[in-house]
Design a protein around this ligand. Structure first.
Ligand code: PMP
Length: 351
């Protein structure tokens, strides 16, 4: 603690991202990245832009990218905000819509960045416990003082909340913003984006990091009615008008346009996920119902922390959270079929 730190800096409890191992031949199944490379059209667009205009600032409004995202989602440009990964948009949204003296609600087991932002921006929060089966207790999210945020599907459980329940949460918080963090929605049944024209309090946040294989490029986007989008824009322009760089804008545009590649890779991941769940079940694991590109699994006889360490020793990284009530679970990102076969071969040696 330094005497030079502001009160905000003192409050900060930094987010700890999944570890990176500086070893070759690591199978990295710990941070829910996509195992497939981005579309070749994305690489081409980035290379072309590298050759062109890097001496010039990017478009502060990223209009063309917004238009492509809007067209994909059957909305208009005024419904779209783009940012440097959805993490940045989440930070902007906390500042734009939540006040320090009004308690917000989020699930006690969910994305660990929410408490980081709540602390940083001095926002009071109620962490709502999940049901015993790790589903979201919908009614406990009604009538928040200051707003609601939750991932759908949830992380790290992978469980999807039906759209009817999302609607109920929106209706019982009509004077507050409800943020639905849809980082993994492309591996699930139905997005809340279809509700945007009906609910002025809904902000959906999505990312190019998962289903579009662009975690390294850092592009996320928010979708909502123009008032909310304008609120995010005010925060952004007060920080840095150019949050999304030229390479990211061009790469992301190409990614959103290449619908065939997107459908192909996400379907492959969904198929591998279903196969992986069946293989885990054969080995005595219970796996929560996942609609994401990862699974959350527990074994009656195997200690999760031990499994995590043994896998790591053998070059496979998965995620273990030392937090009640999920300390008996490991989270495994779905890799390629080949990576998952190696994972099972290694697991069979361990257990
Ligand atoms: N929300 C959730 C629930 C996540 O798991 C992640 C990825 N760790 C993010 C948001 C952030 O993704 P990104 O900043 O890469 O868009």
């Amino acid at each position: 603690m330094s005497k030079f730190w502001s009160e905000a800096t003192k409050r900060c409890v930094p987010y700890v991202p999944g570890e990176q191992l500086n070893r070759t031949n690591i199978i990295k199944l710990n941070t829910n990245e996509n195992p497939y490379p981005p579309s070749p059209k994305v690489i081409k667009a980035i290379i072309e832009e590298t050759d062109r205009n890097l001496n010039l600032y990017p478009s502060p409004t990223a209009d063309k990218l917004k238009e492509e995202i809007a067209a994909f989602h059957h909305l208009s440009k005024a419904n779209i905000f783009v940012g440097n990964g959805s993490d940045e948009i989440l930070a902007f949204a906390f500042m734009a819509f939540f006040d320090s003296n009004r308690k917000i609600k989020y699930p006690a087991i969910s994305y660990s960045f929410y408490p980081v932002y709540a602390k940083l921006f001095n926002i009071q929060s109620e962490q709502v416990p999940l049901n015993a089966d790790f589903t979201i207790p919908v009614e406990d999210f009604f009538n928040s003082e200051g707003g609601v945020i939750f991932p759908n599907p949830n992380a790290p459980t992978g469980i999807y909340l039906e759209i009817e329940s999302v609607k109920e949460i929106l209706e019982h918080n009509s004077d507050q913003v409800v943020i639905v963090d849809e980082a993994y929605i492309d591996f699930a049944s139905e997005s809340a984006v279809s509700l945007i024209n009906s609910y002025e309090n809904l902000l959906v946040i999505q990312t190019m990091s998962k289903s579009r294989s662009l975690a390294g490029l850092r592009v996320g986007f928010a979708l909502g009615q123009p008032d909310l989008i304008e609120g995010l824009g005010r925060i952004k322009d007060s920080f840095n008008s150019y949050t999304v760089d030229r390479l990211a804008i061009n790469g992301a545009e190409a990614a959103i346009k290449d619908v065939d590649y997107f459908n192909d890779t996400r379907n492959r991941i969904i198929q591998t996920r279903e196969w992986t769940i069946a293989e885990m079940n054969k080995r005595g694991f219970s796996v929560l119902p996942s609609q994401t590109n990862f699974i959350f699994a527990t074994h009656p006889e195997q200690e999760a922390s031990q499994l995590y360490s043994s896998l790591k020793e053998k070059g496979i990284l998965v995620r273990h959270f030392q937090k009640k009530p999920i300390e008996d679970y490991i989270r495994i990102t779905i890799g390629t079929d080949e990576q998952m076969q190696t994972f099972f071969k290694t697991l069979d040696v361990i257990i």
